[in-house]
Ligand binder design. Structure first.
Ligand SMILES: Cc1ncc(COP(=O)(O)O)c(C=O)c1O
Length: 447
C-alpha cells in the first residue's frame, strides 16, 4: 500500500517565497563561487541550500522551494531521511574508513547481499561497490571484457553514461559533456535507439531489428563484449523505448555471447514505480549498474550481475580506495529499509499517475507539448513548435526559469535541450505535488 511518507527533518512542507530567487544571501554565495570554483562546474539554480527534507529545499534567505529534481534522482527516499540519518550517524561514530580491500567490514557485504537479492533475476549473483555512476559503468565494461575476452562496446543514440574518459566516449551528446575533452576511449560504437516520439512510431521489435542490423554490420558479435543501455534514458530525454525493444536486445545478446548491461544509475531504486526499470518488462540484465538513489545522497555505486561474469576479473582487478565506504553502505541499507517500510515503489506509481494525468490535460490544451512520457516518479514533457516535432529549447528554458522564479526546482534534459523532467523525491506530500503542477500550468499559460 502506498502511503504518505514520513519525510525527513522537521521542515514545514510548504512553498514560501520571502525574496526574489535567488535572494541576497544566495547571490553572495554565487559571487564567492565565481571566484573560488572552476567555471566548468556550472550551477542550474544558484540558491544556497541550508536544509532539505520531504519535498522542500530551504535556502539561506528563508525561501522554501519545491524540489522536483531530487539532486538529479538521488534523494529518492527524501533528503536526510530519518533512517539514513540514524544509520550514518551511528556509523560515523564507530569508524569512517578502513578501505574494504585492506580490512573488510560487514556493511559492504550486507549491501552486496541486498543487491544480489533485489536486482532482477534469481540466478547466482555477485556485486562490487564503487563511488559514482560513471566509475561503476567503467567497471561493468571491464568485467564484460574480462569475461568474454572481447573488446567492443555498443551504446545508443541519446545515451548518457558519465564524464570519465570511457563514459564520455559512451555518452552521445557533445555539448556540454564532451566538447574539447577528447580524444576518447576506442572500441565504442553507437546504435539507434527506440524513441517512439521521433522514430516514426516503430514498434519495439522493429526498432530492435534496426539496432541489431547496425550492430551486426558495423561491429560484429565476435568483437562485441557488451551492449550498455539505460532502460529509460535519463539525460538524453527520459526516452521510454517501445515495448519489446529491450527484451529483443537481451535475446540477441544471449544468442551471441554478448553481455547485456542495464545502466540503472538514474532509473533504479523505486524511481520508476518498480524497484528497477528493467522490471517493467521482466528484463533480466547480465550486469546491472546502480548509483544515485542507492544511498540517499552518500556517494555509492554498484555493479551487480551473474556470478560467472562478475568473478571473471582476476583478484585485485576491481576496487578503489573509497568504493563501498562504511558511511555510504550504512546509508544504502537504510535506503532499502525505507523503500520497503514506506511502500515507496507504490508511492512512485501514485506520483506518476497524478503527474501523467495532470500533464496530459496540459498537453491537450497546449500544442507546444509534443509528448508526456515516463514511468513512476520519472516523468517528462518534450516541447516542440506547435504542429511539428521541431524541438523548442528556448521555450523549455523559459518555462524552467519561470518555474524557478516561482520557487520550484525543475530540471531540463534531452539531446535537443527541449525536455522538462520531473524527479520529485518520493517523500513529497500530495499537496506539494499538486501545487507544483498548478504552478507549471500557470507558467505554461504565461510563457
Ligand atoms: C544513466 C546514467 N549513467 C551514469 C551516470 C553517471 O553517474 P555519476 O554522475 O554518479 O558518475 C548518470 C548520471 O547522471 C546517469 O544518469
Amino acid at each position: 500500500m502506498s502511503q504518505q511518507p514520513t519525510g525527513g527533518p522537521s521542515i514545514t512542507q510548504e512553498r514560501r517565497l520571502v525574496t526574489e530567487i535567488p535572494g541576497p544571501r544566495s547571490q553572495e554565495l554565487a559571487a564567492r563561487k565565481a571566484k573560488a570554483v572552476a567555471s566548468g562546474v556550472a550551477v542550474g539554480l544558484p540558491v544556497q541550500i541550508v536544509a532539505a527534507g520531504g519535498g522542500i529545499l530551504v535556502d539561506a534567505d528563508g525561501n522554501q522551494l519545491i524540489d522536483l529534481g531530487s539532486g538529479i534522482a538521488v534523494t529518492t527516499v527524501g533528503n536526510s531521511a530519518p533512517r539514513v540519518v540514524e544509520a550514518v550517524t551511528r556509523q560515523v561514530a564507530e569508524f569512517t574508513h578502513t578501505c574494504f580491500m585492506v580490512t573488510p567490514y560487514e556493511g559492504y557485504v550486507a549491501v552486496a547481499e541486498k543487491l544480489n537479492e533485489l536486482t532482477p533475476g534469481t540466478h547466482e549473483k555477485r556485486s562490487a561497490l564503487f563511488n559514482s555512476g560513471a566509475e561503476a559503468v567503467e567497471n561493468a565494461v571491464k568485467i564484460a571484457r574480462s569475461a568474454t575476452g572481447k573488446q567492443s562496446v555498443v551504446v545508443f543514440d541519446h545515451a548518457y553514461h558519465g564524464r570519465t574518459n570511457l563514459t564520455m566516449a559512451m555518452t552521445a551528446k557533445n555539448m556540454p559533456y564532451k566538447k574539447g575533452f577528447g580524444p576518447f576511449a576506442s572500441e565504442v560504437y553507437r546504435a539507434p535507439l527506440s524513441y517512439p516520439f521521433r522514430d516514426g512510431g516503430l514498434d519495439g521489435a522493429e526498432a530492435a531489428r534496426k539496432a541489431i542490423d547496425v550492430i551486426e554490420k558495423q561491429v560484429g558479435a565476435d568483437n562485441l563484449a557488451a551492449i550498455v543501455i539505460e532502460p529509460i534514458q535519463g539525460e538524453g530525454g527520459f526516452i521510454v523505448p517501445a515495448d519489446g525493444f529491450l527484451p529483443a536486445l537481451v535475446s540477441w545478446c544471449r544468442e551471441n555471447n554478448v553481455v547485456f548491461v542495464a545502466d540503472e544509475v538514474q532509473t533504479g531504486f523505486a524511481r520508476t514505480g518498480e524497484l528497477f526499470a528493467c522490471d517493467h518488462e521482466g528484463v533480466v540484465p547480465d550486469l546491472i549498474v546502480t548509483a544515485k538513489g542507492i544511498a540517499g545522497g552518500l556517494p555509492l555505486a554498484a555493479v551487480t550481475g551473474r556470478a560467472e561474469l562478475m568473478d571473471a576479473a582476476h583478484a585485485g582487478g576491481l576496487g578503489g580506495t573509497y568504493g563501498g565506504n562504511p558511511l555510504a553502505c550504512a546509508a544504502a541499507l537504510a535506503v532499502i529499509e525505507t523503500i520497503e517500510a514506506e511502500g515507496l515503489v507504490d508511492r512512485a506509481r501514485t506520483i506518476g499517475k497524478t503527474m501523467i494525468e495532470r500533464l496530459s490535460a496540459l498537453k491537450d490544451a497546449d500544442p507546444r507539448i509534443g509528448e508526456v512520457r515516463g514511468r513512476g516518479a520519472m516523468i517528462a514533457v518534450e516541447l516542440v513548435k506547435p504542429g511539428t516535432d521541431e524541438p523548442d529549447a528556448d521555450l523549455t528554458k523559459r518555462v524552467a526559469a519561470a518555474a524557478n522564479a516561482q520557487g520550484m526546482v525543475v530540471l531540463t534534459c534531452g539531446t535537443y535541450g527541449n525536455v522538462l523532467r520531473f524527479l520529485p523525491p518520493l517523500s513529497m506530500p500530495d499537496h506539494l505535488l499538486d501545487e507544483a503542477l498548478d504552478i507549471l500550468t500557470q507558467v505554461f499559460r504565461e510563457n
